[in-house]
Ligand binder design. Sequence first.
Ligand code: MG
Length: 381
Amino acid sequence: MKNVVLLGSTGSIGTSTLKVVEDLPDRLRLVGLAAGGNADLLIDQARRHHPVAVSLHDPAQITRVRNALPDTRVLGGEAGLLELATLPGADVVLIAIVGTAGLAPALAAIRAGKDIAVASKEILVMAGEIVMTEARRHGVKVLAVDSEHSAIFQCLDGHPPESVRNLWLTASGGPFRDATRWTREALAGVTLEQALKHPSWVMGRKITIDSATLFNKGLEMIEARWLFDITMPRVRVVVHPQSIVHSMVEFVDGSVLSQMSTPDMCLPIQIALTHPERVASDRVQTDFARIGSLTFEEPDLERFPALGLARQAGETGGTLPAVLNAANEVAVARFCERRLGFLEIPTLVGKVMAAHRTIANPDLAQVLEADAWARREADQC
Ligand code: MG
């Protein structure tokens, strides 16, 4: 039995994680749940899973949660997240909180000797070097929940970085992949509704916009660089609209291994939580004859400047990836408020990156400072 703490239980990854735990009741037990502001869903989840403790970010609703769950410890705020991340008896902490709030709990969990499963990209994008160094020092695993990184992890199967020629991240290409229909002129007029229609995955709002701009793939490139200790030039991207091949590893001998399945986030979540075992589940079925064909194409760096910006940030390293991430969050929020055009998202991120003086080998305080600086800078652009 593995005891799981789930930070971000009411979001898209969180609710999928509950499905996985319900699929495997004799393997997985939820001992801690944290949510942002959705008190009703948190209460409902706690009544079904009986965790030792829960935490809610919104202080206004904590009393209501306490009254609804008299037998559960109810925590709040940043302290609540840290307490859950270090909960005695927890084996693995799955971090699926949007934004930078997952970083401190991730480090706290590692220092408490717990494996972490990472769904929040920010953790490795902003502080990949710090997180991986701490994980090595404490002998814990950093497991990938993202479908691409789960695929690479499965294909690598313990082979060292020297055995890899390239990692190939696949990208669906998003709703604007068709270059004939979505010229740069057409992209300039993209509405929020159009950007929120993702062809293959149902996800939260921020990541759906990031998938349309390809910033999501850019962040994943940086994530892969740290997770698998591979230099940035060897992290490559190929567009694969069917989203069946979740990513590939090209080994130094020329052999390429891929991991394939019908897209369903429950699979990478299950693999992370049951690692190193393979556990039977009927949830995901893949019918190749029905899929028919798998196609691949070069990503369009001109229509999607996010990929170039992310490569630049990943190659420069230091505080620049944190700046890219923060500026993108501000730009996406503004696009969602209809105050910024679709093509202005990468333009704004590029401007903030150009204005930043990168600090090499930053500590956590410097990373957070760069994040705050980038948000202020982006606000003034
Ligand atoms: Mg992904």
